[in-house]
Design a protein around this ligand. Structure first.
Ligand SMILES: CC(C)(COP(=O)(O)OP(=O)(O)OC[C@H]1O[C@@H](n2cnc3c(N)ncnc32)[C@H](O)[C@@H]1OP(=O)(O)O)[C@@H](O)C(=O)NCCC(=O)NCCS
Length: 163
C-alpha cells in the first residue's frame, strides 16, 4: 500500500459514483443484486458516514457507517478495490471505523453474507464474534451473519475523544 494512502471523509458526488461502481462490480454485491444506482443511494444517504482510503490513484477503498438507530455503530460496508486487496487496507478501514464508532458506542456491528467466508475470516481475526443468522434476509437462499465487537457494556461506556 502506498504510504500516502489516507483515510478521510467522502469528497463529493463524483467520488461517491466511483465508489458505487467499485461496489456494484464486486462480490458480494453482484450476487446480492445491488447495482451502482442502489449503491450510490447508500453512499449518499445523509444518515450514513462514508470514509475513503484514497491516494493519487483515487479511491482505493471505503467504509460506510451507520451511527444512528437501535444498533448504533453498524459498519454497513467495507470495500477495497480488487487490485488493492490483501495488503492491509481493509484492516485499516475497519480500525478507522472502530475508532469513529468508539466515540458514540461500545459496540461495532457488521453483517457478512453466508457466501463470503473470506470476509468472515478477516472479521473474526479482528475480534468480531458471531451473534446470529438472518436467514433469507437480502436474497433467498442466503443469510446475513451478524457479528459484534464489544468494548464493554453500555453502563460503563466512556466515549472515546475525537482525534
Ligand atoms: C473484505 C475486504 C474489505 C478486505 O480488504 P483487504 O484490504 O483485502 O483486507 P486485508 O488485506 O486487511 O486482509 C486480508 C483478508 O481479507 C479477506 N479477503 C481477502 N480477499 C478477499 C475478498 N476478495 N473478499 C472477501 N474477503 C477477502 C481475507 O480474510 C484476507 O485474509 P487471509 O490472508 O486470511 O486470506 C476486501 O477484500 C473486499 O473489498 N472484498 C470484497 C468486498 C467484501 O467482501 N466486503 C466485505 C463485505 S461484509
Amino acid at each position: 500500500m502506498p504510504a500516502e494512502t489516507r483515510i478521510r471523509p467522502l469528497a463529493g458526488v463524483p467520488e461517491a459514483e466511483a465508489c458505487a461502481r467499485m461496489m456494484a462490480e464486486s462480490e458480494p454485491w453482484r450476487t446480492l443484486g445491488r447495482d451502482a444506482d442502489a449503491s450510490l443511494r447508500i453512499l449518499t444517504d445523509p444518515t450514513r458516514e462514508v470514509y475513503v482510503a484514497g491516494d493519487d490513484a483515487g479511491p482505493a477503498g471505503f467504509v460506510i457507517l451507520c451511527l444512528v438507530g437501535p444498533f448504533v455503530g453498524y459498519i454497513q460496508t467495507v470495500c477495497v478495490a480488487p487490485d488493492r486487496r490483501g495488503r492491509g487496507l481493509g484492516t485499516r478501514l475497519v480500525a478507522f471505523a472502530e475508532d469513529r464508532i468508539g466515540q458514540v458506542s461500545p459496540n461495532a456491528f457488521l453483517c457478512v453474507s453466508s457466501f463470503n467466508p473470506d470476509a468472515r475470516r478477516l472479521y473474526e481475526r479482528l475480534g468480531y464474534e458471531f451473534v446470529g443468522e438472518l436467514r433469507d434476509y437480502l436474497i433467498p437462499g442466503a443469510s446475513e451473519l451478524l457479528f459484534r465487537k464489544s468494548g464493554g457494556p453500555w453502563s460503563t461506556f466512556q466515549p472515546r475523544e475525537s482525534r
